[in-house]
Design a protein around this ligand. Structure first.
Ligand code: VGL
Ligand code: ZN
Length: 202
């Protein structure tokens, strides 16, 4: 099947730090690269997202005294999981995986660049108020269907899909082209949300 001009493939965070050996490695993260390259050939519209943090970002455990990665803290905007330092602007870990081959990608959305706000979603940052502009971009381009793939399924892919359907797009997650971090029941929790919201898993 080929997808028309009213559909987009959103390729989420295929960056070195999320691959095996990276700072925030997603198990089997490298295994989605080839499927995503092939999938992208069938779409007219492809958009990439890139996690893009300044040094000492608020989501890093190292930015908080006596905190370890994967601990939870309370910030102004709500609970925040703390992560190892990852995807620092301009560093190798933030670069797209070398095997990712999608020359036609028309837009790269960088997220998580505000020092004091995390952003899993490509649409709305973690304060749930700061917008990236992606919803308006898609609307102006006449896109109605959003297909999501990439890393990590239970964080950036999931939050992106939830915000896509909330913004009124028909939303799909292509599960074979995703891998999860799965910490503290995060994948199970995400699946319940997709069910409730009507996101289609394919
Ligand atoms: C991600 C945790 C922190 C992701 C990004 O891409 O899923 N997860 N930053
Ligand atoms: Zn991040």
């Amino acid at each position: 099947m080929r997808y028309g001009s009213d559909s987009v493939l959103l390729v989420v965070d295929i960056q070195n730090d999320f691959l095996p050996g990276g700072a925030l490695a997603v198990p089997e993260g490298d295994q989605v690269i080839e499927p995503i390259n092939l999938l992208a050939e069938r779409f007219q519209n492809v958009i990439l997202t890139q996690d893009w943090h300044p040094e000492a970002h608020i989501s890093f455990a190292s930015s908080h005294e006596d905190k370890q990665p994967y601990e939870m803290i309370e910030l102004d905007y709500g609970p925040q999981i703390l992560w190892p330092d990852h995807c620092i602007q301009g560093e190798r870990g933030a670069e797209f995986a070398s095997g990712l081959n999608i020359p036609k990608a028309e837009l790269v959305i960088r997220k998580g660049h505000h020092p004091t706000i995390d952003s899993y979603s490509a649409f709305l940052e973690a304060d749930r108020a700061t917008r990236t502009g992606l919803a308006s971009y898609l609307q102006e381009r006449g896109i109605r269907n959003v297909y999501c793939a990439g890393l990590a399924l239970d964080f950036c892919v999931s939050w992106t899909a939830i915000d896509a359907i909330t913004a009124g797009f028909d939303t799909f997650i292509i599960e074979e082209a995703c891998r999860a971090i799965d910490t503290n029941g995060s994948l199970e929790h995400a699946r319940h949300q997709w069910d409730e919201m009507g996101i289609v898993i394919m």
